[in-house]
Design a protein around this ligand. Structure first.
Ligand code: 1CP
Length: 342
């Protein structure tokens, strides 16, 4: 039994006493307690050791007081499980030394048994659920197929992911083969996370907004739709496709319970596009957390009023930045928790 189920009730469209709040990438480098573990263990070691993943997952719950925990892991453990080498280079980010560029490269990629390759994630989830002891729900997650293809083809982070796009535009059959393999893996992976105890799942399409509305449908939403259909009957499902506000209507039509939005769209406009049968999540500018605390407090109130009561989860419009002071993150969370709609 959950003591605080505000997030789940809001996703199901129930009215709650206040708006729930969590922050994307809330377990991470802005927390000194995380930095201590980062000094001692490699990134994938932290992901693959259930005790470490558990400790890091719980840090923001204990330190900042968020209404949900999100599993400490990374979207790139899926390409790894599918057979690609993934490194995380200090201060540079993800690096895949042998990305997928040709049909021959695709023969190295497989749809794995997720219990064999990602069993450590399910072990971490079981441990986290035990340690949370019902305090708040646990969010499981995976990258959207398009965003994972970006890294699997480009081989590293990018502002434009032009090589990933070129792959899709010049070798669409290969691209669709790869996207379907990622989709099949992700469905099995998210179902396993739910079975292990995840209370809800979020699909991160961080680079969905790089595609035109038409290409977003072709190379991203087509696959997200399959994932949502496969898990939405089991747990509430959230899609976060950064920058893809043009497709909020078609994302709502997938039957997802929640849609994440970034700070570049007005809440009232997002509501108009998404309709009334879905919960919106967002959309505080992550860099705004660098403002003085009274400014954060005022802008949180403005945001909450703009979304109105019900069907809203307070969050940032993208991940928290590493240089945000912890007391500013806490001020954001507290301002949401103290607010009541008139
Ligand atoms: O300590 C370090 O330096 C590692 C930094 C780090 C962390 C803390 C990475 C590398 N991943 C993570 C954890 C992580 N990644 C979580 C944990 C749970 C939480 O939210 O607290 C989650 C949900 C992710 C998801 C993720 N990884 C996304 C989607 C969300 C987003 O921010 O857009 C993406 C795009 C990644 C790839 C990735 N992994 C790490 C970095 C620095 C990146 C981004 C690289 C880039 O900009 O291309």
């Amino acid at each position: 039994m959950l003591q605080n189920d505000l997030l789940l009730r809001t996703l199901r469209g129930e009215t709650t006493e206040r708006t729930p709040v969590w922050m994307m990438r809330q377990a991470g480098r802005y927390l000194p307690e995380y930095m201590v573990l980062r000094e001692k263990y490699g990134f994938f070691e932290r992901c693959q050791t259930p005790e470490l993943a558990c400790e890091i997952t719980l840090q923001p719950v204990d330190i900042v007081g968020v209404d949900a925990a999100i599993l400490f892991s990374d979207i790139l453990v899926v390409p790894q499980a599918m057979g690609l080498e993934v490194q995380l280079i200090e201060s540079k980010g993800p690096f895949l030394p042998d990305p997928v560029k040709t049909a021959k490269d695709l023969t190295r990629v497989r749809v794995p048994d997720v219990h064999e390759t990602l069993g450590y994630v399910m072990d971490a989830i079981k441990l986290i659920k035990q340690e949370l002891n019902g305090r708040v729900p646990l969010i499981g997650f995976a990258g959207a197929p398009w965003t994972l293809l970006c890294y699997m083809v480009q081989g590293k982070g990018s502002k434009t992911f032009d090589e990933a796009k070129a792959f899709c535009y010049t070798q669409p059959e290969l691209a669709h083969q790869l996207l379907q393999m990622i989709t099949d893996t992700t469905i099995a992976y998210l179902k396993a996370q739910v079975k292990a105890g995840a209370d809800t799942v979020q699909i991160f399409d961080s680079w969905g907004g790089l595609l035109s509305p038409h290409d977003f449908e072709t190379f991203s939403l087509k696959y997200i739709r399959q994932i949502v259909a496969a898990v939405k009957e089991e747990v509430p499902t959230i899609i976060f496709a950064k920058g893809a506000w043009h497709s909020l209507d078609s994302m709502a039509a997938t039957g997802a319970h929640g849609l994440g939005i970034d700070w570049c769209i007005k809440p009232e406009m997002a509501r108009q596009f998404a309709g009334n049968n879905v919960t919106l999540q967002g959309n505080f500018d992550p860099a705004k957390l660098l403002s003085p605390i009274p400014v954060i407090q005022k802008e949180v109130k403005d945001m909450l009023r703009a979304f109105g009561p019900g069907r809203h989860i307070a969050n940032l419009g993208h991940g928290i930045l590493p240089n945000v002071p912890v007391d500013h993150a806490r001020a954001f969370v507290d301002a949401v928790k103290e607010f009541r709609h008139a």
